[in-house]
Design a protein around this ligand. Structure first.
Ligand code: ATP
Ligand code: FE
Length: 335
């Protein structure tokens, strides 16, 4: 079956066409405008979605060589995300499903970051149930016990900032543009991860906290820059490597705990931060060190994309789990 999927939860407008679990196209229009403001401006995001949505869907259909009359369902992101952004995708999906008289399928964005692993791709094996999912993105940091496609339990999560925010806010302190996560990753490649030790937070059980790290970095940088105004330029690589090392350590420590707690050694990562090279490396090392089996998604399915919405659409289609046309977007939804 052919499914059109639409993702518009934050600042990327994306459309994908899937034939069953195979992705035929996955078009993403990223919004550059937010770089000027050092973060996503909700009002500008929803306006950009309105401008992008028709051309992005057009392109996804063209690339897939599928006509809209051939579509058998429309999947869309219902939430969580920015209300104004979600509204654009939701309204569009509803109107198109109504016009084509085909089923409408609502998708939870965070489930999609996890179920992206079930997209059929050469060289990317699919995890077996049960597995642990570490979802690390701009808005979330969770360890999820996944027992079946739609049987998921959050067993740990952040009590303040998300990992992506920790990266982006640290980058901002260093004067790097938004989003700074990928830049920290880049500069860290040539730095010493143990140059500047930062404290690790003490958080109970499987939960995370990143706001203290951000403050520690801020005070450290302020103090050093006071003594040497060009401290950041001189030590950028070492600072980035040290920040990244601390964050990855925090994540790996909690994963070790989660494995011990659940007895599940199969770990899949998802969300934008899973693009981070140090996290990928640490997981691979975990295979040797701790006997983990790890699953790292294809790069284009880590950050926000509609292909991951499409795979959830397909899985729900198989269960005939359709949405009513009266469905509304929701800024906050649990997994
Ligand atoms: P959510 O999925 O929680 O709603 P989001 O959709 O905004 O949040 P994603 O698009 O999944 O988040 O991820 C974006 C985040 O990933 C940003 O914080 C960005 O800095 C971070 N990121 C992307 N690439 C890297 C990288 N290589 N290293 C570190 N962080 C990265
Ligand atoms: Fe996301």
């Amino acid at each position: 079956i052919y499914i059109l999927a639409i993702e518009s939860s934050c600042d990327d407008t994306s459309a994908a066409v899937l034939c069953n679990d195979v992705v035929l196209s996955n078009v993403v229009a990223s919004q550059k405008i937010h770089e000027l403001y050092g973060g996503v401006v909700p009002e500008l995001a929803s306006r950009a979605h309105q401008q992008n949505i028709v051309p992005v869907i057009d392109q996804a259909l063209k690339q897939a060589k599928v006509k809209k009359e051939d579509l058998q369902a429309i999947a869309f992101t219902r939430g969580p995300g920015l209300m104004g952004s979600l509204l654009v995708g939701t309204s569009f999906a509803k109107s198109l499903a109504l016009a084509l008289d085909i089923p409408l399928i609502d998708v939870n964005h965070m489930q999609a970051h996890i179920l992206a692993h079930f997209i059929k791709e050469q060289e990317y094996p699919v995890p077996e149930f049960p597995f642990l999912a570490l979802t690390i993105s701009g808005g979330h940091t969770q360890i999820v016990k996944v027992t079946d496609y739609f049987d998921m339990e959050v067993i740990g999560e952040t009590i303040d900032d998300a990992v992506g925010e920790a990266f982006d806010k640290s980058a901002k302190i260093l004067g790097l543009p938004y989003p700074g996560g990928p830049l920290i990753d880049k500069y860290a490649q040539h730095g010493d991860p143990k140059a500047f030790p930062f404290p690790k937070p003490k958080v109970k059980e499987l939960n995370f906290s990143f706001s203290g790290l951000k403050t520690a970095i801020l005070y450290f940088i302020q103090k050093e820059v006071d003594q040497n105004p060009s401290f950041i330029e001189e030590h950028l690589h070492d600072i980035c490597a040290s920040i990244q090392y601390t964050i990855v350590n925090i994540l790996v420590d909690k994963l070790k705990k989660a494995v011990k707690h659940t007895g599940i050694k199969s770990i899949a990562i998802g969300g934008g931060v899973s693009a981070n090279s140090a996290i990928r490396k640490a997981l691979k090392e975990g295979e040797q060190k701790y006997g983990w089996q790890t699953f790292i998604p294809k790069f284009e399915y880590t950050t926000d994309n509609a292909a991951m919405i499409g795979i959830v659409g397909y899985l729900k289609y198989l269960q005939q789990d359709f949405s009513d046309i009266s469905i509304v977007a929701k800024a906050r939804i649990k997994i």
